[in-house]
Design a protein around this ligand. Structure first.
Ligand code: 2M8
Length: 413
């Protein structure tokens, strides 16, 4: 199936619904391809890094020129990257990013490589590009000033219509005639949310994708625990890659220390015993527990008492404890929970994988086993679906979904 989804440069997330290359989907695909198709994994990561913008930003979508007329929204006509001086010349891309899992993935690809010399040469090529990606996040996205990277669009979180974005998105008020609603039939959020998504892009685009616009005017700016934990894990990986390619790991170790400290200081709510996103426009935490609240398990320096509280929350009736097929992407007891609505409740394999890797990181073996067994059971029962009903495990969304298959390969390696 992964071979069938290969375009020659990337693994499409799903051939019909998502025909282009996506940033974090490619990272997950590479984790699965690392052992069985190592050269292809390098080609895939390279294709993404070749689409990097001059300032270091890795776009969340790289469009396949042969397929742009197939009607995927948001396509290149929304972003208008072509001809922009900071955008790549060879391909059209989006102008926002996604969770920066790439350095973490590159290190794991190297660890799995049987051809050490080739793999090291790839790391030498990728390293300055990954450094530039992290430099962009530190320079442009640390609007809060304490080390975390802010996202400027729900699409950057990877959890598009997650309930944590409801409140900051409601504060975004597009002018009445700002955008004609696309008529693409999808299982994803439609209507008013889509208008706000599109308006956020056009407002940023009309500023010339200006860094100052993001800092001073852009209406959606949030520090998210999932995005920042992935950023932290990749910063640790960057230090290890630096040592492997003969560069200085010290600046990356310092950066990791700063991200870790800010993650705990700014996003951990000790009273509610939960990580929450911080809305930089209101200055407040967004107190909806979602799967992103649990991803900081991946922080190797997580204080032990916080790790225990996250484990309690994960196993409680709010998440794994009351779902036959864990882990639901939203607190089962939250009013926003919806068992079939995309990122508002269903179980996804990539978030299960992040929690599995986090549980292993914390030495929580029984939780890692639970996540491993539960994920295999889902796929055995319902196949390589995009997402799953957390109560009966039935498949939802598209079929032949790449990261579901790729992460199964990694889990079973
Ligand atoms: C979904 O996001 C795209 C926009 O980027 C969409 O809704 O069309 C999300 O599930 C995202 O996490 C994922 O990377 C992308 C492709 O699988 O689809």
């Amino acid at each position: 199936m992964l071979d069938a989804n290969w375009t020659g440069t990337a693994t499409t997330p799903s051939p019909g619904l998502y025909p282009h290359q996506w940033s974090w989907d490619s990272a997950f695909a590479c984790l699965g391809l690392a052992r069985c198709r190592p050269e292809r994994a390098e080609r895939e990561l390279a294709a993404l890094l070749e689409a990097q913008w001059a300032g270091g930003m890795i776009p969340h979508t790289v469009f396949n020129a042969d397929l742009v007329r197939k009607g995927y929204f948001p396509g290149p006509e929304l972003w208008l990257s072509r001809g922009r001086p900071e955008a790549p010349r060879s391909v059209e891309t989006s102008a926002i990013t996604q969770p920066p899992l790439h350095a973490f993935t590159a290190l794991r690809m190297h660890a799995a490589a049987s051809d050490g010399a080739r793999s090291r040469a790839f790391l030498c090529w990728a390293y300055p590009r990954l450094v530039a990606q992290h430099g962009y996040l530190a320079r442009v996205r640390d609007v809060g000033g304490e080390g975390l990277a802010a996202i400027c669009h729900p699409w950057e979180s990877g959890l598009d219509n997650g309930p944590a974005w409801d409140r900051p998105l409601a504060a975004v008020q597009p002018p009445p005639t700002s955008y004609a609603r696309p008529s693409v039939p999808r299982s994803q959020p439609a209507g008013v949310d889509h208008e706000r998504y599109a308006w956020l892009v056009t407002a940023y685009r009309d500023s010339g994708y200006a860094e100052g616009h993001l800092r001073d005017e852009h209406p959606f700016l949030v520090e998210d625990p999932l995005f920042n934990t992935v950023y932290l894990a990749s910063t640790h990986a960057l230090a290890e890659i630096a040592a492997l390619v003969g560069a200085d790991p010290a600046p990356h170790r310092e950066a990791a220390e700063r991200i870790h400290a800010a993650l705990v200081r700014r996003l951990w709510d000790d009273e509610q015993r939960c990580f929450y996103p911080r809305d930089l426009r209101s200055g407040r935490l967004i107190r909806v527990a979602t799967i992103a609240s649990l991803v900081p398990l991946l922080d190797p320096e997580l204080p032990v008492p916080i790790g225990r509280r996250l484990a309690d929350l994960l196993l409680s009736a709010r998440f794994a404890g009351a779902a036959g097929y864990p882990v639901p992407t939203c607190d089962l007891q939250a009013s926003a929970f919806d068992r079939s609505a995309y990122w508002r409740g269903p179980t996804w394999v990539n978030t299960n994988w992040l929690l599995w890797a986090g549980a292993r990181q914390q030495g929580m073996d029984s939780i890692a086993d639970l996540l491993y067994g539960g994920t295999l059971r889902l796929i055995r029962q319902s196949g390589f679906r995009e997402f799953f009903d957390p109560f009966d495990g039935s498949g939802r969304g598209s079929h032949d979904y790449s990261w579901t298959a790729a992460l199964l390969l990694d889990l079973m390696a």
